[in-house]
Design a protein around this ligand. Structure first.
Ligand SMILES: Nc1nc2c(ncn2[C@@H]2O[C@H](COP(=O)(O)OP(=O)(O)O)[C@@H](O)[C@H]2O)c(=O)[nH]1
Ligand SMILES: [Mg+2]
Ligand SMILES: [Zn+2]
Length: 295
C-alpha cells in the first residue's frame, strides 16, 4: 500500500498526490471506502497504483480536523492575511477569524501583506498591531507579495504542513499563493455554478510546494461572526492569551466575576485593550466593562 494526499476535489474528480514520487493520480475509491466516508481535499489516503494515471483508494485516514469553508481536512495552519491599507485593517474581523480557526483546531498565523504600500505613520501602525498579535501568542509575518518580501520566511514556517489562506478579498491571498507555489496560477473560485445555474458542491485544490507543504486558496470573507461557528461560552477558550491566566472560577467569562485574572492582565497592559474589547464585542457584552485604562 502507498500513501497519498487528496489535493484536488471537484465533483467526481479526486486528485491524489503520491508522496513516493510526487506525482498526481486520478483517485478511484473502492466501494467499501465510499460506504465508510466522503472524500475531501486534505484527506490522507492509502491504496495502490493501478496504472500511471490511476490510484485505487483503499482507505482514508481519520481526520484530525475539518474546515467547512472551504471543505479541507487535516488543516495544520491557516494563514490569515490582512493589510494595513487597501483594504484597511479590520482587527475585529481578524479576531473573529482567529476564534473560528482556533475552534477548528488549526494553528493560525497572521500575515500582514502589502507592506510595500506603507508610509512612515502606517509602518508604525503595522508595528503596533504586529506586537499586539505576537504578544497574544501568534506568529506574525510581514509580507509583500508584489516585492516578494517575507515569502521565504512564510515558506519556511509552512514546511511540511497543509495550509489554507483566509482573509478578506483584495488583501492578496491569491498573489501570496502564486509566490509560494512559484508560478502564476489562475486560481479557481471555490464556489462554482453549473450550466443549470445550480450551485455545485465546492471544488477545492491544494497546491504542493517546498518540502511536502500544501496550500489552498479560499474565497474572501469581508465579515465573519464567530458565533455562527462557536458557542458564546466557548469564545474565551479561543483567545489564546487568556489561557495563560487562572481566574478564581475555572469557567470565568472574564466579564463580571470577582478575582478575574484576565481583566487584571488587561489593566496591567499584559493583555491588549484591543483584543479584550473585541472579545467583549464578539460575546455581545457591554463595552462599559472595559477597564479604565482601555476607555
Ligand atoms: N502593492 C501591493 N499590491 C498587492 C500585493 N499583493 C497583492 N496585491 C494586489 O492586490 C490586489 C488583490 O490581490 P489578490 O491576490 O487578488 O487578493 P485576494 O482577493 O486576497 O486573492 C491585486 O491587484 C494585487 O496585484 C502586495 O504585496 N503589494
Ligand atoms: Mg483571490
Ligand atoms: Zn476571568
Amino acid at each position: 500500500m502507498k500513501e497519498g494526499l487528496v489535493i484536488d476535489r471537484e465533483a467526481q474528480m479526486i486528485g491524489v498526490y503520491l508522496f513516493e514520487n510526487k506525482k498526481v493520480y486520478r483517485g478511484i475509491p473502492r466501494k467499501k471506502v465510499l460506504k465508510k466516508t466522503k472524500i475531501y481535499a486534505g484527506d490522507y489516503v492509502s491504496g495502490t497504483v493501478v496504472d500511471d494515471k490511476t490510484f485505487a483508494i483503499e482507505d482514508v485516514k481519520e481526520r484530525k480536523n475539518f474546515l467547512v469553508r472551504p471543505p479541507v481536512a487535516n488543516v495544520d495552519k491557516v494563514i490569515v492575511v490582512m493589510a494595513i491599507k487597501m483594504p484597511e485593517f479590520d482587527n475585529f474581523l481578524l479576531d473573529n477569524l482567529l476564534v473560528v480557526y482556533e475552534h477548528f483546531d488549526t494553528d493560525p498565523v497572521v500575515v500582514f501583506n502589502k507592506i510595500d504600500l506603507l508610509d512612515e505613520t502606517e509602518v508604525k501602525e503595522l508595528e503596533k498591531w504586529s506586537q499586539i498579535y505576537s504578544q497574544a501568542g501568534y506568529r506574525v509575518i510581514k509580507v509583500s507579495a508584489v516585492k516578494n518580501e517575507g515569502i521565504q520566511q512564510l515558506t519556511d514556517y509552512l514546511e511540511g504542513s497543509i495550509a489554507v489562506l483566509a482573509g478578506p478579498s483584495g488583501v492578496g491571498k491569491s498573489s501570496i499563493l502564486s509566490r509560494l507555489v512559484g508560478v502564476q496560477l489562475e486560481t479557481r473560485e471555490v464556489s462554482e455554478k453549473t450550466e443549470r445555474g445550480r450551485h455545485t458542491t465546492t471544488g477545492v485544490r491544494l497546491f504542493p510546494f517546498g518540502e511536502n507543504s500544501f496550500i489552498g486558496d479560499t474565497p474572501g470573507f469581508s465579515s465573519v461572526d464567530a458565533l455562527y461557528f462557536v458557542d458564546k461560552k466557548d469564545v474565551r477558550l479561543y483567545f489564546r492569551e487568556f489561557l495563560r491566566y487562572n481566574c478564581k472560577f475555572p469557567d470565568c467569562t472574564h466579564t463580571r466575576e470577582p478575582d478575574c485574572q484576565v481583566r487584571e492582565a488587561v489593566r496591567k497592559g499584559e493583555v491588549s485593550c484591543e483584543r479584550y474589547r473585541n472579545y467583549l464585542k464578539i460575546i455581545k457584552e457591554d463595552l462599559s466593562l472595559l477597564p479604565e485604562n482601555c476607555q
